[in-house]
Design a protein around this ligand. Structure first.
Ligand code: NDP
Ligand code: OXD
Length: 314
């Protein structure tokens, strides 16, 4: 019985060493090296090559090495076995830090003061909105969205959440589905996207959605923060909304194409902040420990945790 590591872009030998230390009785094999396909019971994947997991007759489960599973469902030949993802409190905390940081940057007009400093302009503008007067809307009220919402509330923001299914959280206004979308956007000064990429969410952040955001709120116009996935957004529509002035600024951690191509106008746009898909890095040791615990759970006949639904795509 073995664990197959199937990843691209990461140091697979480091992962082999981590899993070998955590699961001393389980051989760890690597895609690209010779191995007995019948021996593989578990796969840990990050962006494995299309089709590379088919022909594993004893496969019992696939583990995503990240929180997102869109990289798995991109494989049209993915085996029909349970799929589990990473839910890690440390990763969640990092994402909330990112969201709170960038909401506060917009609340406290930091991009403007950075610009003024570069030009040696002393403009002690007295228009300083209170956090309670700024409406943050979080799209995606899962593990990440709920934690970010709680922490934004502590800072004082007026927070609402939008999800696929109706939900209630103390102190939060909530909206759900396409029926709730118009009202949700219409009360949003800072839109935070923490959605997974699925067939339903692909291209959701487009011209129509951006046009629905609140105009004339306390920040003088709406802002966008996307740390979910790049293919949620239509970058040409974001740029057009910035040019039209209907969007005041955007902070983007994820992009349609990653790494962001060097000729993308997003790099140099004065109202755009770019971060390199590291809003919430997974700590490799923590991820390996979580997956090893899941494997031990299965071996003990206990159910897997954090299983995703292939029909929903998350
Ligand atoms: P969860 O699965 O816990 O939550 C997903 C949320 O999105 C749920 O609230 C769900 O609704 C909602 N949702 C899904 N589809 C729709 C839809 N069609 N319409 C409305 N709401 C929808 O995921 P996490 O919070 O753990 O993670 C979210 C995403 O964050 C990941 O999938 C990944 O893409 C991204 N991520 C980015 C990182 C980065 O560094 N930039 C790091 C880690 C994750 P419901 O509650 O009704 O099910
Ligand atoms: C993840 C990510 O999905 O880092 O974990 O984006």
């Amino acid at each position: 019985m073995s664990l197959l590591l199937a990843m691209t872009g990461w140091h697979v030998e480091d992962w082999r060493a981590r899993f070998a230390a955590l699961l001393p009785d389980m051989p760890v094999v690597i895609l690209g090296e010779p191995f007995d396909r019948r021996s593989v019971h578990y796969v840990a994947s990050w962006k494995h090559p299309e089709g590379s997991l088919s022909g594993l007759p004893n496969l019992a489960a696939v583990f995503s090495l990240g929180a997102g599973v869109d990289h798995l469902f991109a494989d049209t030949r993915l085996p029909e076995v349970p799929i589990a993802r990473v839910v890690d409190p440390d990763l969640t905390t990092r994402m909330s830090e990112y969201v709170v940081l960038h909401c506060l940057r917009y609340l406290r007009q930091q991009p403007r003061y950075d610009r003024q400093q570069r030009e040696a302009i002393w403009d002690d503008d007295r228009n300083q909105p209170a956090a309670r007067s700024v409406r943050v809307g979080i799209m995606g009220m899962g593990e990440l969205g709920q934690d970010a919402a709680r922490k934004l509330k502590v800072v004082g923001f007026d927070v609402a959440g939008w999800s696929r299914s109706p939900k209630t959280f103390e102190g939060l206004t909530t909206f759900a589905g396409s029926d709730g979308m118009v009202d949700f956007l219409g009360r949003t000064d800072i839109l935070v996207s923490l959605l997974p990429l699925t067939p339903d969410t692909r291209g959701l952040i487009d011209a129509k959605l951006l046009a629905g955001l609140a105009q004339g709120g306390r920040l003088g116009g709406p802002f966008l923060i996307n740390a979910g996935r790049g293919r949620l957004q239509v970058e040409a529509d974001i740029l057009a909304a910035l040019e039209a002035g209907t969007l005041k600024g955007a902070t983007l951690d994820v992009f349609e194409t990653e790494p962001l191509p060097s000729d993308s106008p997003l790099w140099s746009h004065p109202a755009v902040t770019v971060t390199p898909h590291n809003a919430a890095m997974s700590e490799p040791e923590a991820v390996a420990t979580l997956i090893a615990a899941q494997i031990r759970r299965l071996e003990a006949g206990e159910p897997l945790e954090h299983v995703v639904d292939p029909a929903r795509g998350y």
